[in-house]
Design a protein around this ligand. Structure first.
Ligand code: KIV
Length: 273
């Protein structure tokens, strides 16, 4: 069996993230938004759990990540933290909670950390938010950057297509990645960019780079748990590997339950007092 830096009995810290990169051990990360799923994901040994603002889509059914609030992220964040013994828990700062100015960003960051007990926060953006990142790191809060496709900027892009295919955008992404590392980020997510560009960023930075739709040349991978477990339907980007078909499993179970209730098969004599 391979020797990992972590078995799933020790709490992962940001220092361990750096050690995994140094050792060449890939980092596994999945989203979770609630206690029950986070217990399963953590118990299965994932290195890090992201309480993503994808909760806006997955948990609330919004079209975009924009409407989710700090209050809502705190509820999801706390539910996950309550479940986790091993994984490093990172919470997304939602749209509007850090873009106004650095002081507002620090205030919201401190509130999310205080009220959830999370290990770190994630923010989307580069140069535009660099002062805020520096100030949050300065307050003692570990920050994970996020570049490439940044869903909080969907109204600027107009599409969820692959980013940084053109030289100018790729050059800016490389500059932003270095700025984020220099500002003190402990890690960086790259979403939906060409694999060669992502591999170049991972090789230039000393901090671990976690990819989603960014190829295999980075230091770790993250997926949305509902997508990789096959709970969602009709979302099939090229980068998504489905490890289960829970939509079918859950639908079958619910159908059998309904049928059993209708024909008075449930509960039976052993299932009552
Ligand atoms: O919100 C989220 O789930 C994310 C991942 C896609 C990286 O930011």
């Amino acid at each position: 069996m391979a020797e990992y830096i972590f078995d799933n009995t020790h709490k992962v810290t940001i220092r361990h993230f750096g050690e995994m990169k140094a050792k060449g051990e890939k980092i596994s990360m999945l989203t979770s938004y609630d206690y029950t799923v986070a217990r399963i994901v953590d118990g299965a040994g994932v290195d890090s759990i992201l309480v993503g603002d994808s909760a806006s889509n997955v948990m609330i059914g919004n079209e975009t990540t924009l409407p989710i609030t700090v209050d809502e992220m705190i509820v999801y964040g706390k539910s996950v933290v309550n479940a986790v013994k091993h994984a490093l828990v990172v919470i997304d700062m939602p749209f509007g909670s850090y873009q106004v100015d650095a002081s507002d960003g620090v205030r919201n960051a401190v509130r999310i950390m205080k009220e959830t007990g999370a290990d770190a926060l994630k923010l989307e953006g580069g140069e535009e938010i660099i002062d805020t990142v520096r100030r949050i790191v300065g307050a003692g809060i570990p920050v994970m950057g996020h570049l490439g496709l940044m869903p909080q900027s969907i109204n600027r892009y107009g599409t969820y297509g692959v980013r940084a295919k053109e030289t100018a955008e790729a050059d800016k992404l490389i500059r932003d990645a270095h700025l984020l590392e220099d500002a003190g980020c402990f890690s960086l997510v790259l979403e939906k960019i060409p694999a060669t560009l992502a591999a170049r960023v991972a090789s230039e930075l000393t901090i671990p780079v976690i990819g989603i739709g960014a190829g295999g040349g980075v230091d770790g991978q993250v997926l949305v748990v509902a997508d990789m477990l096959g709970m969602t339907q009709g979302f099939a980007p090229k980068f998504l590997r489905r490890y289960a078909d829970l939509h079918t499993v859950m639908t079958d179970a619910v159908k059998r339950y309904v049928a059993d209730v209708k024909r008075s098969d449930f509960p039976n004599e052993t299932e009552q007092y």
